[in-house]
Design a protein. Structure first.
Length: 239
């Protein structure tokens, strides 16, 4: 049992079968903030194992001054199971009175998210596959995301992560697609530190261009350009 500011259950569970653990949230792992809620304050989370099966549940009070306790509350449940080289998991979450969609302000709405997926371990790599369904009730916006990837050890100090996501959005009788793909090449300097280079490519079509054109959208596509290429390099140290 843990209490306090922490990752939501969808962030934990979807991250377990998304190759980048929903990393670089506004690039390859853009689902993290909008679909999972990322982190929440004063969350009560329970995780318990029964053999090779793990059961999870969480609740976050709304804590909005002058409003009922249930206003803005979040509750979720999840399960995962490991058998040999395979892992399967699923999660369901409801967030009340959500007021943001990819950084843009929306009327307070009930947001429902569920997801299923899994991984399979090979000798020098792990394969990932998942599906996420996300619904905003007020605007009847639905996102359906399918994603796959791998995390491979190329040599004792070298690793390569590849990921691709297809996201279909429908709202107001319109629909569109988003494809995001990328790779991260890393070199371990020690057990705690590494250097890496990463590149990503994103393509939008139809209503996804409309989503990206909304004021406040947190990964802008300049001049309404439906494509974007990104690259970065860095050094990481884990504490």
């Amino acid at each position: 049992m843990t209490v306090g500011r922490q990752f939501t259950l969808p962030q934990d569970v979807i991250g377990s079968y998304e190759a980048t653990y929903l990393g670089n949230l506004v690039l390859l792992g853009y689902q993290g903030t909008t679909y999972t809620g990322l982190r929440q304050d004063n969350m009560v989370k329970y995780v318990g194992a029964v053999g090779s099966t793990t059961l999870m549940a969480s609740y976050t009070p709304g804590e909005r001054p002058g409003q009922p306790v249930g206003t803005g509350a979040t509750y979720a449940g999840a399960v995962s199971h490991t058998s040999g080289r395979a892992m399967l998991a699923g999660v369901y979450q409801v967030q009340k009175d959500v007021e943001s969609y990819f950084g843009s302000v929306v009327p307070a709405t009930r947001q429902t998210t569920w997801s299923v997926g899994g991984t399979y371990a090979l000798d020098r790599a792990r394969l990932y596959l998942g599906y996420t369904w996300n619904h905003l009730a007020q605007s009847d916006t639905v996102n359906r995301a399918v994603y796959t990837g791998f995390n491979a050890t190329l040599a004792p100090a070298w690793s390569l992560i590849g990921a691709i996501t297809y996201d279909h959005v429908s709202r107001g009788g319109r629909s569109g697609q988003r494809v995001s793909t990328g790779a991260i090449l890393g070199y371990a300097l020690s057990k705690r530190s590494d250097v890496y280079v990463a590149a990503d490519y994103t393509w939008l079509q139809g209503e996804w261009i409309g989503v990206a054109s909304t004021p406040g959208f947190f990964t802008p596509f300049y001049a309404s350009n439906p494509t974007r290429i990104g690259a970065m390099a860095g050094v990481r140290t884990r504490f």
